[in-house]
Each structure stands twice: as C-alpha cells, then as structure tokens.
Design a protein around this ligand. Structure first.
Ligand code: AMP
Ligand code: MG
Length: 358
C-alpha cells in the first residue's frame, strides 16, 4: 500500500487541506494525525473492519482497547451508556485536552473498538488539526498511538513514517506534537475515579475537579518509590522500548554519573556501544558513549516532549545498551517515569558511592 503524506504548516493552516483525510476516515481508511499528546492512528470507531485494520497495522493485540476521539462534548451521550455527572464536570474543566475518560459503553460502540470490554475510552483533543479532522470526517475516530506495538509512541511524522509507512492510507504531518506523552486516563465507572495512566493532567488537577481520585493499584506496584531491583522480571511489560536494553540508574547524581562512566568504559572494552540518556545538568560529565540530553531536570514539559524522540534516537546510534538517569524530579515526573520504567522493562539499578559496575 502506498501511504500518502499531507504536510500542514500550522502557521497558515486551512481546513480544506484536511478534506481528503476526512473523506478517508469516513470511508474506513487509516489516517495518522497529530494531537497535542502524540500522533494517533485513526479510523472510524463504529466500523468494525476499520478497527481490525488498526490492530493489524500496529501489530497490536486485539484485546488492547482503542481510545475514541471526539470533537464535541455531546458525543458523550451517544458513546456512553450512562454519563456520570463527574464526566461532564471534567469535560467542562479539562476538555478539549489531554484527558481520556473511561465510561460504560453504549450499544452503538462495537466491541472490536473496546477490545471486548463493556467500557469505552473517550477523549476530545485540543490540537486544532485533530479537532478539525474529527469534525470534518463526521465520525468518531478510534485512535491508538501511531506506532508499532511495543515501540515508543510517535511525536513527529518522521516517527510515524518509520513505523507505519506502507501499512496505512495517509499521514497528516503537522510537525512535532506539543506535550509528547499520551493522555492521562481516568476511569469513571467505579465509586472513586481511578487514574489508569498518568499524563500531563495530574492527579492534583483531577482532584481539584472531582474531590477524590486514586491511582490504580497496578501503577502503584511499579511506582518509582517502590522500585524493582535490577534485572527483576517484567520483560513482558516492556513498552515504549528502544531496540537496545535500557537501564534506569538511580542514586545521588555524582554516583549515577560515576557508575555510567565506568559502565561505558567496560562496555567499550567488550566492543559494545553505550547510549546515555542524560540531563542538561550532567551531559558534560559523561566521558564516553552516545550522550543524548533530554532537557533540564526540573523542566518536565521539555523532557516529556523530547522523551520518545530521544528513545528512538538511540536506535540510529547502534547502541547495544542504554543507561538513563532518573527523570522524576519535575511536575510531570510521575507520567515521565511511568513511560521510562516501561521502556526499561522495570530494570532499575540503585547505585551508591561503593557500587561496582555489574
Ligand atoms: P494508546 O492510545 O496507544 O495509548 O492506547 C490506548 C490506551 O487506552 C491503552 O493503554 C488502553 O489500554 C487504554 N484504554 C482504552 N480503552 C480502555 C478501556 N475501556 N478501559 C481501560 N483502558 C482503556
Ligand atoms: Mg500506545
């Protein structure tokens, strides 16, 4: 299949440029498009064959449900069997934006879209290209992240081309996405709202609207405050992953730098290339290896928008092993570490001043 690419200059964007992409979505075709979070791979959410094609193109297990993207809050009534009052409050406060709500699904939503579940995930993106495209298509757009399953999400059209060229009908290239991490997911089907995936919308922002909100147990088990020791099991959770194995090195900054430098020397002696994911504060302290700086340690916005691009960048360096500093010390630390831990298969190495390189 030939993948058409439509390039859009946001400075002089006109909706007519999206006419063909909108037509394609209406016709059941697959169109990747930018949102404020990451690129989505869209198809008509009510078309069961279109959803199946998304799974096939991504190599995604068909029990992993898709998020349905809308352009108007009124869509909630059609997609959800019942819409709790909390959903309208969240929509009022935080939509359009990087927040996905899980609700009981209506009869109309096919189970192919929800991975067999009785619930549906709904999001109203704020990105003007995404929003116009959904509205112009006249359909609700089921869209997971536009990457091959298991790979880092895509934050640039180039990433989408890398993963999906020849497998989908069209890519709308709107440049780099703003936030760079997938939406926060909150489940509103239980008694207490549950955060299933942390993102740009923080627990504090949700609590301000909802009162009580909790993190899903599964997130807490693997939280950075309860780290799993190096080489612990968890490979089956590997996700967002670069090609080489990734280790997160935690400890005092000088111990982390010393450990990674020693590891790079040892790896080089074995003929291996070391990738290092560093911060502005430390980049200059590394003596060897391929050093990529992801931003200032306290600047969560910059780190979030650069993270997936940086992880993908290591593939081009031929790195055989990658070490990352912890990126928890910023307001988006919970969301960033959630992705980084998955990319690392939960491999964390705690170092102290006496640590030997293993
Ligand atoms: P992606 O858009 O690729 O980030 O994937 C969508 C995410 O939303 C996946 O992590 C899904 O597991 C999650 N998701 C979608 N629908 C539901 C649902 N009904 N219940 C829980 N999680 C969902
Ligand atoms: Mg994804």
């Amino acid at each position: 299949m030939k993948t058409e690419i439509i390039k859009i200059d946001r400075e002089r964007f006109e909706e007519s440029e999206l006419a063909k992409a909108a037509e394609y979505l209406k016709d059941g075709k697959l169109v990747a498009f930018p949102t404020e979070t990451v690129y989505g791979l869209g198809a008509n959410a009510f078309d069961t064959t279109a959803a199946a094609r998304i799974y096939a193109a991504k190599g995604r297990p068909s029990d992993n449900p898709l998020i349905v993207h809308i352009a108007d809050v009124n869509a909630l009534g059609e997609l959800a069997g019942e819409v709790p009052e909390t959903a309208y409050r969240l929509a009022e406060a935080l939509w359009p934006g990087p927040l996905t709500m899980i609700l009981k699904k209506s009869e109309k939503v096919p189970k192919t879209t929800t991975g067999g579940l009785d619930t549906v995930a709904v999001r109203m993106p704020s990105d003007e290209i995404a929003s116009a495209l959904i509205r112009m298509s006249g359909v609700y757009v089921a869209a997971p992240s536009a990457n091959l399953s298991g790979r880092p999400s895509t934050t640039k059209a180039e990433h989408v081309i890398e993963d999906l060229n020849g497998k989908i009908d069209m890519i709308v290239d709107g440049g780099a996405t703003e936030i760079g991490l997938e939406s926060t997911i909150v489940d509103l089907t239980g008694e207490v709202p549950l955060i299933l995936r942390p993102g740009y919308i923080t627990a504090e922002m949700l609590a301000e609207v909802l009162g009580e909100v909790r993190f899903d147990e599964a997130l807490l088990t693997h939280s950075p405050s309860e780290p799993i020791v190096a080489r612990a099991p968890g490979m089956k959770y590997r996700h967002y992953a670069p090609k080489a194995p990734l280790y997160i090195i935690e400890g005092k900054s000088e111990d982390v730098v010393r450990y990674i430098n020693a590891a790079a020397v040892k790896n080089a002696a074995e003929g291996k290339i070391t990738g290092i994911l560093a911060t502005e504060e430390t980049s200059h302290l590394y003596k060897g290896g391929m050093v990529f700086c992801v931003g200032e340690r306290e600047d969560g916005n910059t780190i979030a928008s650069a993270l997936f691009d940086t992880l993908r960048g290591f593939d081009e360096t031929g790195a055989n092993v990658i070490y990352s500093e912890s990126l928890a010390d910023n307001p988006l630390g919970t969301a960033i570490m959630n992705r980084l831990l998955k990319a690392a298969g939960y491999h964390i190495i705690h170092v102290n001043s006496k640590e030997e390189v293993i």
